[in-house]
Design a protein around this ligand. Structure first.
Ligand code: ADP
Ligand code: MG
Length: 490
C-alpha cells in the first residue's frame, strides 16, 4: 500500500542521511586530527579538551612469554614471565572504584607484581538510584562511600593493612575532569545522564574523601583516572605496543599516549618517560562532516546536555536505541507503520535500550521472532509482519553501522595524529588500540563493522601493523594498577 511505501521511503531517506562512505570518514579523521592539535595547543582551543592526565609512567609488566594469552584469563598471569621497565613493582592489595555509567563497582585487586600480575580480583556492582544522578553532590558521594565501606569490611584478615598504613584506591571517574595532579581534579561537566550541579567545579577526590571521613573510612585516593586511561594502563601492562584506549559503553571516549613535547599547553616539567597519556574527551567532538539527521537533532535538544557530546550521541550505547525509537515513532505517526494508532509506549524516551536494539539486530531466526517479541514486550505492539520486522532490523543496522564507522574514523584520526596510520618503509612497528565497554563487548555487528572499517581506512599494508584488542576491565584493574604505581608505600 501507499503507507508501506511511505515507511520504506522514510527508512531509505534516513539511511542516506546516515551515510558514512570512506571519503567522509577520512574527512572526519582529518578533522579529529586537527582538533587534537588545537586542544593540545591551548586550553579551550578545541571542542576536544585533550586533558592532561598526569599519567606519565605507565605500569608496565612486559610480557615476554605467551603474549597471546587471552584477557579472559587475566587472573592467571602468574604463569607468565614478565619484565618491568619502570621503577616500581605493583604489588599488594589495592582498591578501585569505577563510576561512570548507570552502575558503579567496587573492586579489591591483589597485585602480585611484575612476575604475577593480577593474582586475585573481587568486585561488586551496585546500580545507582536514578535520583542520585541528578541530586546533590554529597548524596552521591555519601552513597558511594557507604557501599565502598561495606565492601571493605568483607576484606579477608590476611589482607588487612599493617598498623598505621592506609588502604589505597584508584578512583575511576569517567566524566571530564581537569586534573591538578594524579590524585586530584575538578569536574568540568557531567555527561551520560548525570547532572549534579553543585559538583561542577569541585575537586571530586576532595568530595569523595569528605564522604569517607564522615563514616570513618580510612582510605587514600592514590589515583584519579578516566576509564579510557585505566584501559590504556591495563592494556599496556601486558603489551607495550598499546598506544590508545577507547571506551564504547554508555558513553564513548578515548585516551592515547602522546609525546610530552607535542603538548604545547603543558606548563610543567617534562616527564622522565617523555610521554603523557591524554584523555581526549572525544565524545564532545563535532564536525560539519558528521552525518547528522533530524532525529539526532531532536535527541540532542531533548537531552540533559543540549549542544554537547554530539559524537557520543550518535555512537554510544546510551543513545543508539533511542535513535531507532525516534525513527520508528515518526514512521508510526507519518506512515501508520504500526497501524491506525501510534503505539503510546513508542513515545517514551529510552524505552528501546541499545541491548534491545542489538538483540533485534542479531536475530537470526527465519521469522525474526526476537524482533517480534521485543516489539510486543517493550512497546505492546502485536502482530507485526515479517516485512515490518525486516525493516526494523534494517533500521538497527543503519544506526549501528554509522556509529561503528564513525568510531573507526576517530581511531584512525588518533593514529594519524601520532604518525601510526601508515606502514613506514620496512619498519614493523606495531600499534595496538585497546577497546572496552559494553557496546564493543556485546554488540557483535557494531564491533565487526568497526574493525572492518578501520582496516579499510588503513589499507592492507598499514592494517598489518595495527591491532585492535578487547582490554577487559581497564576501568577496574587499570585503576588498581595506577593506584599501585602511585602508592605512597611502593
Ligand atoms: P559503562 O559505560 O556505564 O561504564 P559498560 O561498559 O558496561 O558500562 O557499558 C554499558 C553499556 O553498554 C550499556 O549502557 C549499553 O548501552 C551497552 N550494552 C550493554 N550490553 C549490550 C548489548 N548486549 N548490546 C549492545 N549494547 C550493550
Ligand atoms: Mg565502564
Amino acid at each position: 500500500s501507499g503507507k508501506w511505501g511511505r515507511a520504506v521511503a522514510m527508512v531509505r531517506e534516513f539511511e542516506k542521511q546516515c551515510g558514512a562512505p570512506i571519503a567522509k570518514l577520512r574527512q572526519v579523521a582529518d578533522a579529529m586530527d586537527v582538533e587534537m592539535h588545537a586542544g593540545l595547543a591551548s586550553e579551550g582551543g578545541s571542542k576536544l579538551k585533550m586533558l592532561i592526565t598526569f599519567v606519565d609512567n605507565l605500569p608496565s609488566g612486559f610480557v615476554l612469554f605467551n603474549p597471546t594469552i587471552p584477557f579472559s584469563q587475566g587472573l592467571t598471569f602468574s604463569a607468565l614471565i614478565t619484565l618491568c621497565f619502570h621503577d616500581r613493582d605493583e604489588k599488594g592489595i589495592f582498591y578501585a572504584l569505577d563510576l561512570g555509567g548507570t552502575n558503579f563497582r567496587t573492586l579489591r585487586v591483589h597485585l602480585g607484581g611484575k612476575e604475577n600480575g593480577v593474582v586475585n580480583l573481587e568486585s561488586e556492582e551496585v546500580s545507582i538510584p536514578p535520583h542520585l544522578m541528578t541530586g546533590c553532590s554529597h548524596e552521591l558521594f555519601d552513597f558511594i562511600a557507604e557501599k565502598l565501606a561495606k565492601f571493605v569490611s568483607s576484606e579477608p584478615e590476611e589482607f588487612h593493612p599493617a598498623p598505621g598504613r592506609q588502604r589505597e584506591l584508584g578512583f575511576t571517574f569517567s566524566f571530564p575532569v581537569r586534573q591538578t595532579s594524579i590524585s586530584s581534579g575538578t569536574l568540568i561537566k557531567w555527561t551520560k545522564g548525570f547532572n549534579i550541579e553543585d559538583a561542577v567545579g569541585e575537586d571530586v577526590v576532595g568530595e569523595l574523601t569528605k564522604s569517607f571521613e564522615k563514616i570513618g573510612l580510612d582510605m587514600r585516593v592514590a589515583a584519579l583516572v578516566n576509564d579510557t586511561v585505566g584501559t590504556v594502563a591495563r592494556a599496556r601492562f601486558n603489551n607495550p605496543d598499546v598506544v590508545a584506549g577507547v571506551i564504547l559503553g554508555t558513553g564513548t571516549n578515548a585516551a592515547y599516549v602522546e609525546s610530552a613535547h607535542a603538548i604545547p599547553k603543558w606548563q610543567g616539567l617534562l616527564p622522565k618517560s617523555g610521554e603523557m597519556v591524554i584523555n581526549m574527551e572525544w565524545g564532545n567532538f563535532r564536525s560539519s562532516h558528521l552525518p547528522l539527521t533530524p532525529y539526532d537533532q531532536d535527541l540532542d535538544l531533548e537531552s540533559l546536555n543540549p549542544g554537547e557530546q554530539i559524537f557520543e550521541k550518535i555512537i554510544s550505547g546510551m543513545y543508539l536505541g533511542d535513535i531507532v525509537r525516534r525513527v520508528l515513532l515518526r514512521m508510526a505517526e507519518e506512515a501508520d507503520f504500526f497501524g491506525d494508532t501510534v503505539p503510546p509506549k513508542l513515545k517514551i524516551p529510552f524505552i528501546i535500550r541499545t541491548p534491545d536494539m542489538s538483540a533485534m539486530h542479531h536475530d537470526a531466526s527465519s521469522d525474526l521472532n526476537v524482533v517480534g517479541t521485543k516489539l510486543k514486550d517493550l512497546l505492546k505492539i502485536d502482530n507485526t509482519s515479517l516485512q515490518m520486522r525486516k525493516l526494523v532490523v534494517e533500521l538497527c543496522d543503519i544506526v549501528a553501522t554509522r556509529g561503528a564507522r564513525l568510531s573507526a574514523a576517530g581511531i584512525f584520526g588518533i593514529l594519524k595524529k601520532i604518525g601510526r596510520d601508515t606502514a613506514k618503509g620496512g619498519e614493523k612497528q606495531k600499534s595496538v588500540i585497546a577497546l572496552d565497554g559494553g557496546l564493543f563487548e556485546h554488540y557483535t555487528e557494531f564491533r565487526s563493522s568497526l574493525e572492518s572499517t578501520l582496516k579499510e581506512l588503513l589499507g592492507d599494508e598499514a592494517a598489518d601493523t595495527v591491532g585492535v584488542e578487547h582490554s577487559n576491565d581497564g576501568s577496574g584493574i587499570g585503576a588498581a594498577l595506577l593506584a599501585a604505581s602511585n602508592s605512597q608505600y611502593l
